[in-house]
Design a protein around this ligand. Structure first.
Ligand code: ATP
Ligand code: MG
Length: 343
């Protein structure tokens, strides 16, 4: 046992999570991630939020688009309620320790573990051979993002559950191989009715920033008309809403819209279905669109205001990076010592 290290249960609660600047923010990112981040910050848990630009380039990003998307994601965090005086907010590439720890974790993680990652399979499709090595190694960088801060909890959407489990495996193997209790076994936090917001045109796929068609997602910067149009055209079925969620078991598109409504209104899906029992889509979809506009319009207005002054966003990110590095640098230094690097 190395001197001065803690057992995983002895780690102080600390939250880390990130969003890729791989496109504009969606309602899925808001409900599945950002809304939870704000709640964690307000509950007083020490929180670190990141714009994970190194992850974004695992698929091609035009450099100018990447810069803009980085600022948009930062603006989205702040406009939604992430307060840079309460939480640490920065972009990943400004803290070089992420990439360094990822290399060590590349040497801890096993190829067999990576081969089981469903996100790589989904993103690579039939063209796995032509994907970047970075896309394949992505979960090991994600483990580094989390463990570099000894984060104990990671709020994420359901799609990231497998990657957080891999992070736990990497922490456990590192601790075992080097006979330390250095890295915590991080818990994923996946809660609420919107842990997996689905694509509006295909209820079997999740809503994504990088999805093919703009009509399949609600972007946080969409205006009221666009939001109404997208919900109106959202795929559903001809049946009215039943009176319990059980009645939606085989109706993924309908279930998705009810879950979105519940998450936006802060209610349970059961409460929403009870309220709209027997209603047709002509009633439910406009009510959902109004609710989404009420929630998103003030946020998108503030995002636009913030994005008008990129230098202010850049200052916030630079300051956050300094704060992040103050935590990360000693943890990386200790990791190098444990591994046996002469410093
Ligand atoms: P990309 O298509 O580039 O992968 P994305 O929309 O999936 O983009 P990410 O940056 O990969 O967004 O994920 C950021 C956070 O948002 C993660 O915590 C992820 O789980 C969450 N998230 C993404 N999409 C959804 C969704 N449809 N429902 C709930 N949470 C989501
Ligand atoms: Mg994603």
């Amino acid at each position: 046992m190395t001197e001065g290290v803690q057992t995983p249960s002895a780690f102080t609660p600390r939250i880390f999570s990130g969003i890729k600047p791989s496109g504009g923010l969606t309602l899925g990112n808001y409900l599945g991630a950002i809304q939870k981040f704000v709640a964690a910050q307000e509950a007083g848990t020490e929180s670190i939020f990141c714009v994970v630009d190194l992850h974004a380039i695992t698929v091609w990003q035009d450099p100018e688009d990447l810069r803009n998307a980085t600022r948009e994601v930062a603006a989205g965090y702040i406009a939604s309620g992430i307060d840079p005086t309460k939480s640490i907010l920065f972009n990943q590439s400004q803290v070089h320790e992420h990439a360094e720890l990822a290399w060590i974790f590349n040497c801890v993680a096993r190829v067999g573990w990576m081969n089981r990652m469903t996100q790589f399979k989904e993103k690579a499709g039939k063209n796995a051979e032509k994907q970047s090595l970075g896309l394949y190694a992505y979960p090991s960088l994600m483990a580094a993002d989390i463990l570099l801060y000894h984060a104990t909890h990671v709020p994420v959407g359901e799609d990231q559950k497998q990657h957080v489990e891999l992070t736990r495996d990497i922490a456990a193997k590192f601790n075992h191989d080097y006979k330390v209790d250095f890295f915590p076994i991080t818990e994923p936090v996946i809660e609420g009715p919107a842990v997996r917001v689905m694509n509006l045109r295909d209820g079997s796929k999740k809503m994504s920033k990088s999805g093919e068609s703009d009509m399949e997602r609600i972007n946080m910067l969409d205006d009221a008309d666009k939001i109404a149009k997208k919900f109106k055209k959202a795929k559903t079925d001809p049946e009215p809403l039943p009176d319990t969620m059980d009645g939606l078991a085989d109706r993924p598109e309908a279930r998705n819209l009810v879950n979105i409504y519940a998450s936006l209104s802060g209610q349970s899906s059961d409460a929403v279905i009870a309220e709209y029992a027997g209603a047709g889509w002509g009633k439910f979809k406009p009510a959902l669109a109004d609710l989404a506009v009420d929630k998103l319009a003030p946020i998108s207005e503030e995002m636009r205001r913030l994005m008008d002054d990129p230098s202010e966003i850049d200052k916030i990110l630079a300051h956050g990076a300094e704060q992040a590095r103050a935590i990360a640098a000693p943890i990386l230094k200790r990791t190098y010592e444990i591994v046996g690097m002469v410093r």
